[in-house]
Design a protein around this ligand. Structure first.
Ligand SMILES: [Zn+2]
Length: 330
Protein backbone atom coordinates (compact mmCIF):
# COMPACT_ATOMS: atom_id res chain seq x y z
CA UNK A 1 0.00 0.00 0.00
CA UNK A 2 1.18 3.47 -0.88
CA UNK A 3 0.96 6.19 1.75
CA UNK A 4 1.02 9.93 1.31
CA UNK A 5 4.04 12.09 2.08
CA UNK A 6 2.00 13.95 4.64
CA UNK A 7 1.03 10.70 6.38
CA UNK A 8 4.74 9.86 6.83
CA UNK A 9 5.44 13.22 8.41
CA UNK A 10 2.50 12.91 10.78
CA UNK A 11 3.33 9.29 11.71
CA UNK A 12 6.93 10.19 12.43
CA UNK A 13 5.97 13.11 14.61
CA UNK A 14 3.53 10.92 16.61
CA UNK A 15 6.27 8.32 17.12
CA UNK A 16 8.72 10.98 18.28
CA UNK A 17 6.11 12.27 20.73
CA UNK A 18 5.58 8.73 22.04
CA UNK A 19 9.31 8.23 22.54
CA UNK A 20 9.62 11.54 24.36
CA UNK A 21 6.69 10.66 26.58
CA UNK A 22 8.23 7.25 27.43
CA UNK A 23 11.50 9.00 28.24
CA UNK A 24 10.02 11.72 30.42
CA UNK A 25 7.75 9.31 32.30
CA UNK A 26 10.73 7.04 32.89
CA UNK A 27 12.74 9.97 34.21
CA UNK A 28 10.07 11.04 36.63
CA UNK A 29 9.65 7.48 37.95
CA UNK A 30 13.41 7.34 38.38
CA UNK A 31 13.39 10.64 40.27
CA UNK A 32 10.62 9.34 42.51
CA UNK A 33 12.61 6.21 43.33
CA UNK A 34 15.75 8.27 43.96
CA UNK A 35 13.78 10.31 46.51
CA UNK A 36 11.78 7.57 48.16
CA UNK A 37 13.88 4.41 47.84
CA UNK A 38 17.54 5.42 47.39
CA UNK A 39 18.77 1.83 47.86
CA UNK A 40 16.82 0.77 44.77
CA UNK A 41 18.12 3.78 42.88
CA UNK A 42 21.68 2.71 43.75
CA UNK A 43 21.01 -0.73 42.26
CA UNK A 44 19.62 0.88 39.14
CA UNK A 45 22.70 3.09 38.72
CA UNK A 46 24.98 0.12 39.27
CA UNK A 47 23.09 -1.84 36.64
CA UNK A 48 23.50 1.02 34.16
CA UNK A 49 27.22 1.13 34.93
CA UNK A 50 27.46 -2.60 34.22
CA UNK A 51 25.68 -2.07 30.91
CA UNK A 52 28.29 0.47 29.86
CA UNK A 53 31.04 -1.87 31.01
CA UNK A 54 29.47 -4.59 28.92
CA UNK A 55 29.39 -2.41 25.83
CA UNK A 56 33.04 -1.51 26.50
CA UNK A 57 34.07 -5.17 26.76
CA UNK A 58 32.20 -6.16 23.63
CA UNK A 59 34.08 -3.40 21.83
CA UNK A 60 37.39 -4.98 22.83
CA UNK A 61 36.91 -7.98 20.59
CA UNK A 62 36.44 -11.68 21.07
CA UNK A 63 39.44 -13.16 22.93
CA UNK A 64 38.80 -15.96 25.48
CA UNK A 65 39.47 -13.62 28.37
CA UNK A 66 37.13 -10.92 27.08
CA UNK A 67 34.24 -13.30 26.42
CA UNK A 68 34.54 -14.64 30.00
CA UNK A 69 34.44 -11.05 31.19
CA UNK A 70 31.31 -10.40 29.13
CA UNK A 71 29.56 -13.46 30.56
CA UNK A 72 30.46 -12.41 34.11
CA UNK A 73 29.17 -8.88 33.68
CA UNK A 74 25.98 -10.13 32.05
CA UNK A 75 25.28 -12.63 34.87
CA UNK A 76 26.01 -10.06 37.51
CA UNK A 77 23.69 -7.58 35.85
CA UNK A 78 20.86 -10.11 35.54
CA UNK A 79 21.21 -10.93 39.23
CA UNK A 80 21.17 -7.23 40.09
CA UNK A 81 18.04 -6.59 38.04
CA UNK A 82 16.30 -9.50 39.73
CA UNK A 83 17.09 -8.08 43.16
CA UNK A 84 15.95 -4.66 42.01
CA UNK A 85 12.59 -6.00 40.82
CA UNK A 86 12.06 -7.85 44.11
CA UNK A 87 12.83 -4.71 46.10
CA UNK A 88 10.48 -2.63 43.98
CA UNK A 89 7.67 -5.07 44.65
CA UNK A 90 8.49 -5.16 48.36
CA UNK A 91 8.14 -1.35 48.40
CA UNK A 92 4.73 -1.54 46.72
CA UNK A 93 5.81 -0.64 43.15
CA UNK A 94 5.22 -2.73 40.05
CA UNK A 95 8.35 -4.80 39.36
CA UNK A 96 8.81 -3.15 35.93
CA UNK A 97 8.54 0.35 37.39
CA UNK A 98 12.00 1.39 36.26
CA UNK A 99 11.68 0.04 32.74
CA UNK A 100 10.68 2.21 29.81
CA UNK A 101 6.99 1.86 28.95
CA UNK A 102 6.20 2.20 25.28
CA UNK A 103 2.91 2.38 23.41
CA UNK A 104 4.38 -0.34 21.20
CA UNK A 105 6.83 -2.52 23.11
CA UNK A 106 7.70 -4.37 19.92
CA UNK A 107 9.48 -1.48 18.21
CA UNK A 108 9.89 0.73 21.31
CA UNK A 109 7.96 3.42 19.45
CA UNK A 110 10.63 3.77 16.79
CA UNK A 111 8.26 2.51 14.07
CA UNK A 112 10.74 -0.10 12.88
CA UNK A 113 11.63 -3.65 13.93
CA UNK A 114 14.84 -5.10 12.55
CA UNK A 115 14.75 -2.62 9.72
CA UNK A 116 11.16 -3.43 8.76
CA UNK A 117 8.21 -1.11 9.30
CA UNK A 118 6.37 -2.11 12.49
CA UNK A 119 2.61 -2.76 12.60
CA UNK A 120 2.07 0.33 14.77
CA UNK A 121 3.65 2.57 12.12
CA UNK A 122 1.65 0.92 9.33
CA UNK A 123 -1.53 1.60 11.28
CA UNK A 124 -0.65 5.29 11.71
CA UNK A 125 0.24 5.61 8.04
CA UNK A 126 -2.98 3.94 6.89
CA UNK A 127 -5.11 6.09 9.21
CA UNK A 128 -3.51 9.37 8.19
CA UNK A 129 -3.69 8.46 4.52
CA UNK A 130 -7.40 7.59 4.88
CA UNK A 131 -8.01 10.87 6.70
CA UNK A 132 -6.53 12.74 3.78
CA UNK A 133 -8.75 10.94 1.27
CA UNK A 134 -11.77 11.56 3.49
CA UNK A 135 -10.95 15.23 3.81
CA UNK A 136 -11.36 15.89 0.10
CA UNK A 137 -14.61 13.92 -0.05
CA UNK A 138 -16.23 16.26 2.47
CA UNK A 139 -19.05 14.13 3.83
CA UNK A 140 -20.07 15.30 7.26
CA UNK A 141 -19.94 12.46 9.77
CA UNK A 142 -23.19 11.75 11.57
CA UNK A 143 -23.80 10.08 14.90
CA UNK A 144 -26.26 7.25 15.57
CA UNK A 145 -27.69 9.30 18.45
CA UNK A 146 -28.92 11.90 15.92
CA UNK A 147 -31.23 9.44 14.16
CA UNK A 148 -34.85 10.64 14.24
CA UNK A 149 -37.46 7.95 13.63
CA UNK A 150 -40.29 10.49 13.55
CA UNK A 151 -39.14 11.74 10.15
CA UNK A 152 -40.41 8.47 8.74
CA UNK A 153 -44.12 8.11 8.19
CA UNK A 154 -46.38 5.70 10.06
CA UNK A 155 -48.64 5.49 7.01
CA UNK A 156 -48.31 2.05 5.41
CA UNK A 157 -46.97 1.87 1.86
CA UNK A 158 -48.96 0.07 -0.87
CA UNK A 159 -47.03 -3.12 -0.07
CA UNK A 160 -48.09 -2.88 3.57
CA UNK A 161 -44.70 -1.81 4.94
CA UNK A 162 -44.72 0.96 7.52
CA UNK A 163 -41.71 3.23 6.83
CA UNK A 164 -41.12 4.18 10.45
CA UNK A 165 -41.15 0.58 11.67
CA UNK A 166 -38.95 -0.54 8.83
CA UNK A 167 -36.44 2.27 9.32
CA UNK A 168 -36.21 1.72 13.08
CA UNK A 169 -35.30 -1.89 12.32
CA UNK A 170 -32.81 -0.74 9.71
CA UNK A 171 -31.26 1.70 12.20
CA UNK A 172 -30.90 -1.05 14.80
CA UNK A 173 -29.42 -3.43 12.29
CA UNK A 174 -26.85 -0.88 11.08
CA UNK A 175 -25.95 0.17 14.59
CA UNK A 176 -25.30 -3.49 15.46
CA UNK A 177 -23.32 -3.85 12.25
CA UNK A 178 -21.06 -0.95 13.26
CA UNK A 179 -20.70 -2.09 16.86
CA UNK A 180 -19.68 -5.63 15.91
CA UNK A 181 -17.74 -4.82 12.77
CA UNK A 182 -14.84 -7.11 11.86
CA UNK A 183 -13.25 -8.65 8.78
CA UNK A 184 -16.17 -11.10 8.54
CA UNK A 185 -18.73 -8.31 8.26
CA UNK A 186 -20.79 -8.38 5.08
CA UNK A 187 -20.89 -5.78 2.35
CA UNK A 188 -24.07 -3.70 2.26
CA UNK A 189 -26.02 -2.17 -0.59
CA UNK A 190 -28.21 0.82 0.41
CA UNK A 191 -30.91 1.69 -2.06
CA UNK A 192 -34.00 3.85 -2.06
CA UNK A 193 -35.05 7.31 -3.17
CA UNK A 194 -33.03 10.37 -2.35
CA UNK A 195 -33.33 11.93 1.10
CA UNK A 196 -34.10 8.78 3.08
CA UNK A 197 -30.98 8.83 5.25
CA UNK A 198 -28.62 6.56 3.30
CA UNK A 199 -25.67 8.96 3.43
CA UNK A 200 -26.44 9.88 7.02
CA UNK A 201 -26.56 6.29 8.29
CA UNK A 202 -23.46 5.24 6.35
CA UNK A 203 -21.61 8.23 7.82
CA UNK A 204 -22.74 7.09 11.31
CA UNK A 205 -21.17 3.68 10.60
CA UNK A 206 -17.97 5.43 9.48
CA UNK A 207 -17.85 7.53 12.65
CA UNK A 208 -18.45 4.55 14.95
CA UNK A 209 -15.78 2.46 13.21
CA UNK A 210 -13.21 5.27 13.26
CA UNK A 211 -13.82 5.68 16.99
CA UNK A 212 -13.12 1.94 17.40
CA UNK A 213 -9.78 2.42 15.64
CA UNK A 214 -10.76 0.96 12.26
CA UNK A 215 -9.55 2.47 9.06
CA UNK A 216 -12.47 3.80 7.01
CA UNK A 217 -12.65 5.64 3.71
CA UNK A 218 -15.99 7.20 2.87
CA UNK A 219 -16.80 9.49 0.04
CA UNK A 220 -19.06 10.33 -2.83
CA UNK A 221 -18.25 8.13 -5.76
CA UNK A 222 -18.26 11.23 -7.95
CA UNK A 223 -15.36 12.81 -6.04
CA UNK A 224 -13.43 9.59 -5.55
CA UNK A 225 -13.61 8.76 -9.25
CA UNK A 226 -12.49 12.27 -10.17
CA UNK A 227 -9.49 11.92 -7.89
CA UNK A 228 -8.59 8.51 -9.32
CA UNK A 229 -8.88 9.84 -12.87
CA UNK A 230 -6.67 12.82 -12.05
CA UNK A 231 -4.04 10.47 -10.66
CA UNK A 232 -4.28 8.03 -13.56
CA UNK A 233 -3.79 10.83 -16.07
CA UNK A 234 -1.04 12.45 -14.02
CA UNK A 235 -2.94 15.55 -13.09
CA UNK A 236 -2.43 14.72 -9.41
CA UNK A 237 -0.14 12.64 -7.17
CA UNK A 238 -1.26 9.78 -5.02
CA UNK A 239 -2.66 6.30 -5.23
CA UNK A 240 -6.27 6.55 -4.15
CA UNK A 241 -7.14 3.20 -5.75
CA UNK A 242 -4.76 1.32 -3.50
CA UNK A 243 -6.07 3.21 -0.45
CA UNK A 244 -9.66 2.28 -1.39
CA UNK A 245 -8.66 -1.34 -1.94
CA UNK A 246 -6.95 -1.66 1.44
CA UNK A 247 -9.09 0.25 3.89
CA UNK A 248 -11.01 -1.82 6.51
CA UNK A 249 -14.33 -0.42 5.33
CA UNK A 250 -14.96 1.45 2.09
CA UNK A 251 -18.13 3.51 1.77
CA UNK A 252 -19.00 4.57 -1.77
CA UNK A 253 -21.79 7.08 -1.59
CA UNK A 254 -24.23 7.85 -4.38
CA UNK A 255 -23.41 5.27 -7.02
CA UNK A 256 -24.69 6.57 -10.35
CA UNK A 257 -23.69 10.18 -9.69
CA UNK A 258 -20.22 9.76 -11.20
CA UNK A 259 -19.50 10.84 -14.74
CA UNK A 260 -19.60 7.33 -16.13
CA UNK A 261 -16.95 6.17 -18.60
CA UNK A 262 -15.38 2.84 -19.44
CA UNK A 263 -12.55 3.88 -17.16
CA UNK A 264 -14.78 4.56 -14.13
CA UNK A 265 -16.64 1.28 -14.74
CA UNK A 266 -13.42 -0.69 -14.77
CA UNK A 267 -12.21 1.02 -11.56
CA UNK A 268 -15.57 0.34 -9.92
CA UNK A 269 -15.45 -3.32 -10.88
CA UNK A 270 -11.86 -3.64 -9.66
CA UNK A 271 -12.77 -2.08 -6.29
CA UNK A 272 -15.88 -4.21 -5.75
CA UNK A 273 -14.36 -7.44 -7.01
CA UNK A 274 -10.98 -7.23 -5.26
CA UNK A 275 -12.49 -6.16 -1.98
CA UNK A 276 -14.89 -9.12 -2.09
CA UNK A 277 -12.04 -11.50 -2.90
CA UNK A 278 -9.97 -10.10 -0.03
CA UNK A 279 -12.87 -10.22 2.46
CA UNK A 280 -12.95 -6.49 2.92
CA UNK A 281 -16.47 -5.13 3.44
CA UNK A 282 -17.83 -2.30 1.30
CA UNK A 283 -20.97 -0.20 1.62
CA UNK A 284 -22.46 1.20 -1.56
CA UNK A 285 -25.43 3.53 -1.60
CA UNK A 286 -27.49 4.58 -4.59
CA UNK A 287 -30.67 6.42 -5.54
CA UNK A 288 -30.98 4.24 -8.64
CA UNK A 289 -33.74 1.68 -8.94
CA UNK A 290 -32.84 -1.91 -9.78
CA UNK A 291 -33.98 -1.28 -13.33
CA UNK A 292 -31.78 1.82 -13.68
CA UNK A 293 -28.85 -0.03 -12.14
CA UNK A 294 -29.16 -2.83 -14.68
CA UNK A 295 -29.40 -0.38 -17.53
CA UNK A 296 -26.49 1.79 -16.44
CA UNK A 297 -23.90 -0.81 -15.40
CA UNK A 298 -22.62 -3.92 -17.08
CA UNK A 299 -23.52 -7.41 -15.92
CA UNK A 300 -20.35 -8.16 -14.08
CA UNK A 301 -20.71 -5.11 -11.81
CA UNK A 302 -24.41 -5.71 -11.18
CA UNK A 303 -23.98 -9.42 -10.53
CA UNK A 304 -21.18 -8.77 -8.01
CA UNK A 305 -23.41 -6.31 -6.13
CA UNK A 306 -26.54 -8.47 -6.30
CA UNK A 307 -24.68 -11.66 -5.43
CA UNK A 308 -22.38 -10.47 -2.65
CA UNK A 309 -23.97 -7.44 -0.94
CA UNK A 310 -26.79 -7.53 1.61
CA UNK A 311 -29.59 -5.35 0.23
CA UNK A 312 -30.82 -2.62 2.58
CA UNK A 313 -33.95 -0.93 1.32
CA UNK A 314 -34.60 2.62 2.57
CA UNK A 315 -38.25 3.64 2.48
CA UNK A 316 -40.33 6.63 3.45
CA UNK A 317 -40.62 10.29 2.58
CA UNK A 318 -37.71 12.61 1.95
CA UNK A 319 -36.18 13.27 5.38
CA UNK A 320 -34.75 16.58 4.19
CA UNK A 321 -38.19 17.81 3.18
CA UNK A 322 -39.55 16.85 6.60
CA UNK A 323 -36.76 18.77 8.27
CA UNK A 324 -37.42 21.76 6.04
CA UNK A 325 -41.09 21.74 7.06
CA UNK A 326 -40.04 21.74 10.70
CA UNK A 327 -37.57 24.57 10.09
CA UNK A 328 -34.66 22.34 11.15
CA UNK A 329 -32.68 22.60 7.94
CA UNK A 330 -30.63 25.66 7.24
ZN1 LIG B 1 5.71 -0.74 16.81
Amino acid sequence: MKYTENAFERAESILTERQQKAESEHNSRLQEIADKAPEIYRLYSESLRLNYALIGSIGKGGSQNVSQQITDIRDKNLELRKTMRRMLEACGYPEDYLQYHYVCERCRDTGYCEGVRCGCMKKLLADFTAEEVNSYCSIKLGDFSEFRADYYSTKPLPNGEVPREKMIKMYEYLRGYAEHFDENSQSLFFFGRTGLGKTFLSSCIAKELISQGHNVVYGSILKLMRQIEDERFNRSDGDTTSILLNTDLLILDDLGSEFQTQFTDSVLYELINERINNHRPTIISTNLTTKELNKKYNDRIVSRIVGCFIPCSFVGNDVRLEKLKNGELR
